[in-house]
Design a protein around this ligand. Structure first.
Ligand SMILES: C[S@@+](CC[C@H](N)C(=O)[O-])C[C@H]1O[C@@H](n2cnc3c(N)ncnc32)[C@H](O)[C@@H]1O
Length: 338
């Protein structure tokens, strides 16, 4: 079978519906290495944290101009059809943008939580005028709610922030807090390999690859997030790429997903900022839905060619690399609890 992203993606959907795929056998052996790197890389055990300055940066720029251009309109439509009259939970609510949207689309109530107190503060400010919205600090791996509390839950770009034990628990908790028949919408990054470099220009990416290679020689062994961020501070032309650390602590630019292990700490450099994240394959996500007994209704890729045209019309000053839309960088999973 062809191994391109679309064929692999279709295979995942098939697996999800037949519900036969077992979890990876190698997870345990991989986790030991990941956690060692995790500590060296400065990650906390409960989810990645951005720090106060980046929290503000994230809050003002969201997924960056490009991510927002693709995703906001799509997610607005999804929420418009999902939330009216429903009790909604926003897991890892960040600065509360989607809590506001859910309230505007007629949710009966909206509960949002996030592990970072600075994010929670911003979310409280953003929703202070909305009586039906409640925001608190909480962990996606140990949600501060009773069983069967919500009709709808959203988890948008959160799972990639969770270490392996938190990743698995997030799905168990999601299942626990939803009522039978409850629905969930999850936005999860994919195609981590970035063998294709996403840039603002159509230029030959080999120039940018050598630029990255040169910068990587300046990054110390077992770098911290600040050191990686600092090294790539002046590279706004690179919209999306991904870095990881090998067994010797050397940072490298990920060009193939096979270079990564389940739960491995990584950094995603985006137009907006450099995020500390953890790697999970699309298959790992599907496995979690299957293991926890969710029905998978649909998996959407909103990064499509027609969206690219729309985006370029709205801001022709920033043409996108065609690769940016040829391969999905995030997928939207629609699932339900039977
Ligand atoms: C990329 S942001 C997405 C925020 C929001 N969902 C959005 O789409 O705008 C990821 C969020 O996950 C939060 N997070 C990380 N680990 C978490 C955990 N264990 N429990 C809850 N939230 C967590 C981060 O603090 C951050 O706000």
């Amino acid at each position: 079978m062809c191994s391109c992203t679309y064929c692999t993606f279709n295979k995942f959907i098939e697996i999800a519906f037949t519900q036969k795929k077992p979890l990876h056998n190698s997870i345990l052996s991989i986790m030991t290495t990941s956690e060692r790197v995790s500590v060296a890389g400065g990650h906390l055990s409960d989810g990645t944290r951005y720090g106060a300055d980046k929290v503000r940066r994230f809050a003002t720029s969201r997924y960056g101009t490009i991510g927002a251009a693709f995703l906001d309109s799509a997610l607005n439509q999804e929420l418009d059809s999902l939330v009216p009259g429903k009790r909604v939970l926003d897991i890892g609510c960040g600065a509360g943008n989607w809590c506001v949207t859910a309230a505007q689309y007629g949710a009966k109530s909206v509960d949002g939580f996030d592990i970072q107190p600075e994010m929670v503060e911003l979310a409280k400010q953003a929703t202070s005028h909305l009586d039906m919205v409640h925001i608190q600090v909480g962990d996606a791996a140990d949600m501060p709610y009773d069983d069967d509390s919500f009709d709808v839950a959203i988890s948008l770009f959160v799972t990639c922030n969770l270490p392996p034990n938190g990743f698995a628990k997030h799905f168990q908790e999601l299942h626990r807090v939803l009522v039978p028949g409850g629905k969930a919408l999850l936005l999860i990054p994919t195609d981590w390999s970035h063998s294709r470099l996403y840039t603002k220009i159509e230029a030959d990416s080999s120039t940018i690859k050598s630029e990255i290679a040169q910068i990587l020689t300046t990054v110390p062994k077992y770098p911290t997030t600040s050191q990686v961020t600092e090294a790539f501070r002046n590279t706004d032309d690179i919209l999306v790429t991904c870095f990881a650390v090998d067994d010797k602590g050397e940072i490298f630019n990920v060009t193939n997903t096979s270079q990564l292990s389940h739960g491995q700490p990584i950094w995603r450099k985006t137009e907006v900022m450099t995020f500390p994240n953890f790697f999970y394959s699309d298959q790992s996500t599907i496995d979690q839905f299957v293991t926890n007994g969710f029905n998978i209704a649909k998996i959407d890729n909103h990064y499509k060619e027609d969206k690219r045209v729309i985006y370029n019309n709205s801001d022709p000053a920033i043409p996108l690399s065609t690769d940016y839309v040829k391969y999905p960088t995030a997928l939207v999973y629609h699932v339900s609890k039977p």
